[in-house]
Design a protein around this ligand. Sequence first.
Ligand code: GUN
Length: 289
Amino acid sequence: MPATIIDGKKIAREIEAELIGRISDLSKNGVVPCLAVVIVGDDPASHVYVGAKERACERLGIRSVRVDVASDAEYEEVASTVRGLNEDPGINGVLVQSPLPSGMDEISITDLIDPQKDVDGFHAQNLGRLVQGDVSGLLPCTPAGVMRMLESTNLDIRGKRAIVIGRSRIVGMPQSILLAQRGVDATVTIAHSRTSDMADLCRSADLIVAAVGRPNMITADWIKPGATVIDVGVNRVNDDSEKGYYLSGDVHPDVREVAGAVSPVPGGVGPMTIAMLMSNTVRATEMQQ
Ligand code: GUN
């Protein structure tokens, strides 16, 4: 039987519908949440992502402010942009789109964001809380979105084997912590580019979260029958189409013949990341009142 498709777009719309009520409650007190997005340079994929974030704000009645900084800007220009947004009482959420131009220290820029406005959840204080076992704050959007997708499957992952492929600060690391947290209780393996027995590890896993950035890397022969597979990969593969590329996940389409449930690309984790960003923006606004 082919795998159930975990419809991220549908779950994201449900989350957005719930947020509309909270946004309306804020507006009764004259407050409209406002998200500021800083984009440095002209990375085409980043511009697509930022456009999607702006459209989500528009759908929900969240104000958005976009600050474009030239690709050859100095560190200090980005830093002072962030400081200005921190100090602006009309701004509730601040994010700096990744990647920054090479040579600019992303971690130190992230740590300049006021933790209460850190809607990406990447500030050391917010990530630190997560490591301490406190998941009540602003959580990184993609991993938090994956957790919501897993909740929708009713999969009981307590005591089960999960493998997270990728150890990034944005996805893999926080994802591993969320899966291992008390109450979720998965037994988590973090695999990465130096892992020697990746296929064997995957074959023993009940849950795979793939966040590698390599098209179709996870193939059907790596999958335990009935396993749940979440595909975080968004890879541009060049082709002859008008756009010049198509989007591929990290998970090969044939995996659907073996797995129990699979998230698609597009329409899986992508819309969930944006819904969780909207959720963090509303949460940050509520916490600031
Ligand atoms: N680039 C890719 N994903 C993300 C994200 O979740 N937040 C930011 N700021 N940049 C990204």
